[in-house]
Structure formats: C-alpha cells, structure tokens
Design a protein around this ligand. Sequence first.
Ligand code: SAM
Length: 268
Amino acid sequence: MDLDSVSQPFAFCDIGLSASPISFMDQNRNQTEIELKEGVPISLIFGDVYFSKEGGWEESKYVFLEGNRIPDFLTSGSKNHYKIGELGFGTGLNFFVTLAFWYNLPNPPPIHFYSLEGFPLPIEILQSLNLSFPGKPLWTENLLKGYQKTFDQWIKNPLDRIWKTETLHPLSQSKFTLEVLFGDVSECLDYFPSIDFWYLDGFSPKKNPMMWSEETLSKIKTHSQVGTRLATFTAAGFIRRTLEGLGFMIQKQKGFGKKREMITGVFL
Ligand SMILES: C[S@@+](CC[C@H](N)C(=O)[O-])C[C@H]1O[C@@H](n2cnc3c(N)ncnc32)[C@H](O)[C@@H]1O
C-alpha cells in the first residue's frame, strides 16, 4: 500500500463537546520544555525523542500499525468499527500514519482513534513534523486551529480538555474520528472505552516510568477485551512480565531497523 499517494490534506471537522467531568489536574503540567534537534523534537523533561527523523514514518507504521496487524484486520471485514487507543499523542505522527493507511483503503471500516497527552506540544513544534516528513499528509491549518482551541480552553479550565474531530473517507463515507484528551495518563485513561488496538508510545520505560506503571498497565487491561492487541517499541523485561501477568500473551518481535526487539501482545 503506497501511503505517499495521499497528496491532498485531510478535511477535518471539529465536533462540539461540553466540558467533561474529569477530575482536576496539576496546571504545571502545561509547562512543556522542548528542544528541536535537526527537526526532531526532544523532551527536556524526559530526555527522549518524539520520533526518529530517519525512517520515523516507516518506524511508526512498522511498530504500531503492522505490530498490531491493523492492515489485516481493516481488510478482513471481521468487525465493522475499530477503536485505537494511544498513550502519548505527542506530534500526532502515529495518528497521521494510521489515517493515511486507512484513507488509501477502498472501503475501510470506521476508526475512532483515542489518544491522551499530558504535555501538549505548542503548534510551532507540531509544524516541525511537516518539515521532517515533506510530502506526507500531516498538520493542516484547520487541524492546528482545533488543537490550539482545545489547548487554550484547557489552560483556562482543566476539565475542558477534549479535542474531537473527524474526517470522511472519500469513497466509502466511513468516518475516522480523532479524540485527544489533554491531561495525565492517570486521569485520562479512565475515560477511554474498550480498545481494539493499543499504541503504547510513552517514551522509554526507564525515562518515563509513570507511563508504564502497574497502575497504567492495569488500566490498559481494564479497557481491553478478549482479542485486544497491543504494540510497543520497548521490549523491557518488566513490561513484558507485567503485561503477561495481566492476561496478555506477549511476543517478542524484531524491532524496526537496527533495533533488536519490540513487543506485541493479545489479550486472552
Ligand atoms: C514518544 S512521545 C509520543 C510520540 C507520539 N505518539 C507521536 O506520534 O509523536 C510520548 C508522549 O507521552 C507524553 N507523556 C509522557 N508522560 C505522560 C503522562 N504521565 N501523561 C500523559 N502524557 C504523557 C509526552 O508528553 C509525549 O508526548
């Protein structure tokens, strides 16, 4: 499937929402310290990169889309609606990679892509994604506007933090919905529905243990059903063991490029 063939920017339309009844969060979370190195954002809080410039698009496709076997499921006709859950929206790269794949299918089922983000990036940094991957369908002005509007609301009122927007498939009129919750993982995950495919992308477990805590992984289980799949770039032993203890069958796979290993799993 040639993902480069989407040349037109996606036409998204924001969906109005009332403030959600989510508990209060620490306003200091709004302070995000980021450095751009050769076009790649680096979090100074976590000392980790958001994506690798060399092959970042392909890596996201390999680890999350293919790691979850999403291409097989979307073309199998076995289910008429899929929910993806992501930990760490970041620059939105995983979302755009998934959207581009879906867009190129002739008759894909609707997808609802849930994500959460505790340190929303400023839009100048989001725009760096477009410079890092020229020719790919990424941030449009319209999408940036919707994101910025939610960010501004969230700064004023931490309960007002859901950005929900959707686009229609050009042939099938099927919908791709994006729903991002701004806030800490410990609060936002509770509001996810039962998910079909997890993208566990919250920086490395050593640098960001909160995203990989037992509490977080137990919530992943709570919001999974039999057959729910997960994929992540890490193969850390304690993550594997915790997920297995929670009922996921975990497999080690070859990592992307020079990376030795990654893991995927399915809830039994
Ligand atoms: C590797 S980046 C995600 C990259 C992203 N998926 C992309 O496509 O650009 C990890 C993300 O997790 C977020 N994050 C880290 N700790 C968090 C927490 N405790 N709660 C919510 N988000 C968190 C970071 O701000 C960062 O955006």
